[in-house]
Design a protein around this ligand. Structure first.
Ligand SMILES: [Fe+2]
Ligand SMILES: [Fe+2]
Length: 285
């Protein structure tokens, strides 16, 4: 049987070391041009929710670039909102409630999320001219201490995995503006460590809690995670973006019904769902 706690203890100092290496590369990270590119989209066409609708076909290149910039600004705004919740939660947990090696790594985690927010905000404000407001609804519930701890890190993991899918796709897309690709690559690199840590921590917690949780506890957690995944996905299709882009009312409903969006939804959550099934935190085990 795998000793999950020992794995977490071994992995965290190595992740911290990798954070220090990444930090030493900070100063030469990005070149911020004075204006946006006029020959490239700021986000991959395949990831734009509206790209699955007939209206997309009728738009000229300039309109497409405009919409892609709004969607890139929105994607980064979503990350700013997610990181806000994450940083608040991590700050509360620093040096209490977890082992020292986990706390030491959380310090790196917090530092990196703060840096991400600064990078995303600069992109949004300098090129997109705004940060979209956070529309995601939270659904507070009464949980036991163990459940709450597990669900905090599980929410972080779900959020990061979905964003990571987008980050990697955009970073690898030669049709995307180089600054947007670079930011997405930088974020994916840091997030790959956060995701590795989140999985190890959650697997360790799951194994420790599952013998003391009854079937009702477990079912509650699984349902909560299902709803959380759905709510993160929903937040990716934002009517504020459509309004800013001058798209007709009803665009959001059309997107949610489109085969393009349904496929995007599946592919961006496939890894998370596989992992939830693997640890047994899924209805379809
Ligand atoms: Fe981040
Ligand atoms: Fe992260």
């Amino acid at each position: 049987m795998i000793d999950r706690t020992a794995r977490l203890t071994r992995a965290t100092p190595r992740l911290a070391e990798l954070s220090l290496i990444a930090r030493s590369e900070d100063s030469r990270r990005f070149r911020w041009p004075s204006a946006i590119a006029t020959d490239r989209l700021a986000m991959s066409e395949a990831l734009l929710p509206v790209a699955g609708l007939p209206v997309w076909e009728s738009l000229d290149d300039e309109r497409r670039r405009e919409i892609a910039l709004l969607e890139a600004t929105h994607f980064f705004s979503l990350n700013i909102a997610g990181e806000r919740e994450l940083m608040a939660g991590i700050a509360q947990r620093l040096y209490q409630g977890h082992s020292v090696h986990v706390s030491r790594y959380l310090q790196h985690f917090l530092h990196e999320e703060n840096e991400h927010t600064a990078v995303f905000a600069r992109f949004c404000l300098d090129y997109g001219g705004r940060i979209f407001r956070d529309r995601q609804v939270s659904f507070p519930r009464q949980f036991t201490k163990g459940e709450e701890e597990f669900l905090f890190f599980a929410r972080v993991l779900v959020f990061e995995e979905i964003a990571f899918h987008y980050n990697r796709k955009i970073a690898d897309d030669p049709d995307v503006w180089s600054l947007a690709r670079d930011i997405n690559r930088y974020h994916a690199d840091d997030e790959s460590r956060h995701i590795a840590f989140g999985r190890l921590l959650l697997e360790d917690m799951w194994e420790r809690f599952i013998p003391i949780w009854d079937a009702g506890h477990k079912a509650r957690i699984v349902s909560y995670l299902e709803r959380y995944i759905a709510s993160v996905l929903n937040s990716y299709v934002n009517p504020d973006v459509h309004r800013a882009a001058g798209l007709p009312a009803g665009t959001r409903d059309q997107i949610l019904e489109s085969a393009h969006w349904k496929a995007l939804r599946e592919e961006s959550t496939a890894r998370t769902r596989r992992w939830l099934r693997k640890i047994g935190a899924s209805h379809d085990v």
